[in-house]
Design a protein. Structure first.
Lengths: 360, 377
């Protein structure tokens, strides 16, 4: 029903706009302003650089860069910033987006795809945005017989659990949200959540395809968890600690990967299986069981799960990159280059490793 | 008694262990058809193909149009292989009306048919690749098809539905310097084909998935009446182009590809190897073709066939396509019956899928070189 109503009148349309403005002003002055004053009355305003930060002062500081800097600096040391921005949720989401971008670009180069190479004139930067907008603009369809609360919860749980990983990652000395003494065990514990989420959502969607896919996902994830844990235990023995920060510190001068090449390979393969990537995409085999346990998800619900998957990819490559082997503290950002290596998993099935390395 | 009912109409007995899956018609792996598959865990217990979703009544339509008007709609079942599905119709009508085809037109027809065969096989290969999770093999053949599509566009003026073959020859002569261009593109394509071998057919994952899945023995292949690449993959040396040569195929240098394994891998490999033979045929035909001359025998306006019937068949990308045409002294054919390879190969699907894993279903299904639209006609 996208046609204009037959009795459309411009005057009535403008009248409705004024009506809207009136209501916004009324509600803001009657409800919004009192709330602001009540909050300001109860909250203790912070003192920054010897000045009480009233809202008015904050506004003036926004306009003055020399005064903004201390605010930003003080904000950067709060826990909220660590959880939300760096190295928390926002940073991981950015890294995930970068991974998708790089992966799609390399795939496009190999497979003669046009979009990711040229979309947006400059190296296909608009492709990612286009994909995102497409997913957001799509309708979210919930099956009639689905168990709706759990079905809604599935994607959120998936992204949330993937974000929980980030809390454990030591990016640089001091830059870690949670630093438990058994950090590696915590990583395994978080990984153990994903099969449960997969089975829950598969069961809640009440469809045969999700059922088969969910069971396949459960079997595959649980089966590959054991070699995954075993492949990392060598590092624990060598470094003598389960704390991720201490593991990184222990290889300040020497990387354990030199002693544990088999472990590294096993880790790489099992992570592919954990993430259901090609060639371990049995739970999502689209030509047999549509999309496995993701069949009934549409629009942004599917997008959230994809974001979560790529987030785990990033985190796993950081775990592989900066924690057990390969890189040191200061090379936190260089783990992005490890991500290049990781995104090759797609093309592992293509027997084309050498030209691939040649591309970069 | 229940076997007499049409597929999907049975009263289903509920078993706690057996689950019925409707693969299609709205399923990414089905095409325009439905497979009613019963699975016990991950193993297929039975498979019941249910085609007919895109039936368009081509045979009935042909009875209301005269011999020339029939051309554009008869190519609709397989628009990727339009020259090949028109070929037997033209041969049959020529036999009915007693038309002699010029020598040059015969060669041009063979070239068009082989180019179209490559287009079809590349399209099929793209789908086969993506169904086995190999997305590179989806993009490469889909891109390389353009080579042949451009050539046929230069020949006929249309990119997909060419309607190039007509009773009495071909619609128009080749454009100037077509020979050079065709040779250059075909030679480039042969180089590309060798890359397919490395990236797809030698891939260990593909081999692990397709080798030994859906084995069709030689006797079964003959007994079930299969044709085309399915028949040749089971070790039967049968190609209409060799056994009953039409037009100028007997003068041309090529060979039939036969494999003995009879599994999905062999069935997928034979069309690929046939593309090399197609390239050989095209190059040979370009060499032996008369350089000038008429390409079309003029027909009388509204030609009438006698009280006669004719059956002609050719080898298409999916197997033998046969036309049975009956005429009764009128400008329209009395009856046109089309026998297509896709429909004949579909019958072995229940035999092949029984006892297979569900994961092997796409490999077996698309290995049959099946085109649902053609099967429904």
């Amino acid at each position: 029903m996208s046609t204009i109503a037959p009795q459309f009148r411009l005057s009535r349309f403008i009248g409705s706009l004024f009506d809207l403005i009136f209501w916004v002003i009324l509600i803001f002055s009657l409800v919004g302003l009192p709330i602001v004053f009540i909050v300001l009355f109860y909250i203790k305003l912070p003192v920054i650089n010897g000045q009480l930060m009233t809202p008015y002062l904050a506004m003036t500081w926004m306009a003055d860069p020399s005064r903004t800097l201390p605010i930003v600096k003080s904000f950067m040391h709060t826990t909220i910033f660590r959880v939300m921005a760096f190295p928390g949720f926002g940073f991981a989401a950015l890294l995930a987006a970068a991974t998708i971008f790089v992966e799609r670009k390399f795939l496009a180069k190999m497979q003669l795809r046009v979009g990711p190479l040229y979309c947006g004139k400059i190296e296909g930067i608009l492709q990612l945005m286009g994909d995102g907008f497409k997913l957001m603009s799509k309708e979210i369809i919930i099956p009639a017989k689905a168990d709706k609360p759990i079905f809604w919860l599935g994607p959120l749980l998936f992204v949330g659990t993937a974000g929980a990983f980030v809390a454990l990652i030591p990016v640089a000395p001091g830059w870690v949200v949670a630093n438990p003494s058994v950090g590696l065990l915590a990583v395994f514990a978080v990984i153990g959540f994903f099969p449960i989420i997969a089975v829950l959502t598969a069961w809640a969607a009440n469809s045969k395809w999700t059922f088969i896919g969910g069971l396949r996902a459960l079997h595959q994830m649980v089966a590959f968890e054991i070699p995954l844990i075993l492949s990392l235990l060598g590092v624990v023995i060598l470094s003598g600690s389960l704390n991720l920060s201490q593991i990184v510190q222990s290889q300040e001068h020497f990387w354990w990967i030199a002693f544990l090449p088999i472990g590294a390979i096993v880790f790489f393969i099992t992570i592919l299986a954990e993430l259901e990537r090609i060639p371990f995409d049995l739970p999502e085999a689209e030509s047999e069981i549509v999309a496995g346990w993701l069949t009934e998800f549409s629009g942004m619900m599917y997008g959230l799960i994809q974001l979560g998957t790529y987030k785990i990819i990033c985190i796993c490559r950081i775990i592989r990159g900066s924690i057990p082997w390969w890189l040191e503290w200061s090379n936190g950002l260089a783990s992005v280059s490890a991500g290049y290596y990781h995104s090759r998993n797609y093309n592992w099935s293509c027997n084309c490793t050498l030209p691939w390395i040649a591309t970069f | 008694m229940t076997t007499q009912l049409p597929p999907g109409m049975h009263i289903e007995t509920v078993d706690e262990k057996i689950m019925t899956l409707n693969v299609g018609p709205q399923h990414p792996g089905s095409g325009h058809m439905r497979l009613i598959i019963k699975v016990d865990g991950d193993y297929i217990v039975s498979c019941d193909p249910d085609p007919g979703y895109v039936h368009r009544g081509e045979e009935k339509m042909a009875e209301y149009r005269n011999y020339i008007q029939n051309i554009p709609h008869l190519e609709r079942p397989v628009i990727h292989d339009s020259s090949n599905i028109l070929y037997p119709y033209c041969l049959g009508v020529e036999e009915l009306l007693g038309i002699e085809v010029p020598e040059r037109a015969k060669y041009i027809r063979v070239i068009a048919a082989e180019l179209n065969r490559c287009i079809y096989i590349l399209y099929w290969l793209a789908i086969y690749g993506i169904f086995l999770g190999h997305s590179t093999m989806f993009m490469w053949p889909a891109g390389d098809r353009e080579l042949f599509i451009d050539l046929l566009e230069a020949m006929s003026g249309a990119r997909v539905t060419h309607a190039y073959l007509v009773p009495g020859g071909v619609r128009n002569d080749l454009p100037s310097n077509f020979e050079e261009r065709c040779l250059r593109q075909v030679e480039y394509f042969e180089k590309r084909l060798r890359e397919y071998e490395a990236i797809f057919y030698q891939n260990p994952i593909l081999k692990a998935r397709t080798e030994g899945s859906g084995i069709l023995s030689r006797t079964d292949a003959i007994r079930l009446g299969t044709t085309g690449s399915v028949l040749r993959a089971s070790g039967v040396d049968f190609d209409v182009r060799k056994k009953e040569p039409y037009d100028v195929y007997e003068n041309l240098d090529f060979q039939t590809i036969v494999m003995k394994e009879g599994d999905s891998y062999a069935r997928s490999r034979i069309p690929y190897l046939e593309m090399f033979e197609s390239c050989r045929i095209i190059k040979d035909a370009l060499k032996k073709m008369p350089k000038s001359g008429s390409v079309r025998t003029k027909l009388k306006p509204n030609p009438k066939g006698g009280n006669d019937e004719v059956y002609r068949r050719i080898e298409s990308g999916r197997g033998a396509i046969g036309y049975y045409i009956v005429s009764n002294n009128r400008p329209e054919p009395y009856r046109v019956k089309i026998s297509v390879g896709s429909f004949r190969n579909l019958i072995c699907m229940p035999y092949l899928l029984k006892g297979e894993k569900l994961g092997n279903m796409p490999a077996v299904y698309w290995g049959l070189n099946y085109w649902p639209v053609e099967a429904d006609r």
